[in-house]
Design a protein around this ligand. Structure first.
Ligand SMILES: Nc1ncnc2c1ncn2[C@@H]1O[C@H](COP(=O)(O)OP(=O)(O)O)[C@@H](O)[C@H]1O
Ligand SMILES: [Mg+2]
Length: 199
């Protein structure tokens, strides 16, 4: 049989036969930016696995935002799963928000280690648009989201670290923060239950 396969008729990057590197899409943005909406589109367009922790967080932990560390464990297991999929040649959309540059750098490096490409996809959103979208979602899909106070939304905007041009262009990952030998070591501390090895 030639290299063509039934998968070639879809809008995918390429066949999932190990010949084309998979892509890790990192969705970056605040609540209401439109991440999950875009994540669904990217997953369909690239034949990618979409990992949206909020869809698991709510049934597991309810609307408690940090859920006493459970959220970090959940994300750690999702990243582990993402790395497995990438090694198998399947692209992944990580619908995490990723407010911190260090988180993004660590994930970019882990993707490299899994032999995958990585794309940082940033969705900026103005405060008024953000508040309107959060209210719209609360009204139309209350089961998909957390209650959010306007004061919290405003303070989150200050904590959010906008991706820089280098991250968006896929430039080289910077060195890990002082005291960390590798980004993998940093990631294992940030996300309990993460496994970065083969398998
Ligand atoms: N580009 C867009 N234009 C208008 N509304 C949007 C857009 N993207 C998302 N929305 C709506 O805004 C709300 C929040 O979108 P969502 O994708 O859930 O954001 P996030 O996952 O970043 O919190 C939803 O009600 C969604 O339908
Ligand atoms: Mg979302």
């Amino acid at each position: 049989m030639s290299g063509a396969s039934a998968r070639d008729d879809g809008p995918h990057d390429g066949p999932h036969d190990g010949t084309a590197p998979a892509t890790l899409f990192l969705l970056v943005g605040l609540p209401g930016a439109g991440k999950t909406t875009l994540a669904r589109r990217l997953a369909a367009a690239h034949g990618a696995l979409r990992l949206t922790p909020d869809e698991w967080h709510l049934p597991l932990f309810g609307s408690s935002l940090r859920a006493e560390g459970g959220r970090d464990v959940l994300e750690g297991r999702m990243i582990t799963l993402a790395l497995q999929a990438l090694r198998l040649g399947t692209s992944v959309v990580l619908d995490f928000g990723l407010w911190s540059r260090d988180e993004r750098s660590a994930l970019r490096r882990l993707a490299e280690g899994a032999g995958a490409r990585c794309r940082v996809v940033y969705l900026p959103v103005a405060l008024d648009v953000q508040l309107a979208r959060i209210a719209h979602r609360r009204a139309t899909a209350p089961g998909e989201t957390f209650p959010m106070a306007e004061a919290d939304v405003v303070s989150w905007r200050e904590r959010f670290e906008e991706p820089g041009a280098g991250e968006l262009a896929g430039e080289e990952v910077p060195d890990p923060p002082r005291g960390w030998p590798t980004w993998a070591a940093w990631a294992l501390d940030r996300w309990p239950a993460l496994e970065v090895g083969e398998g």
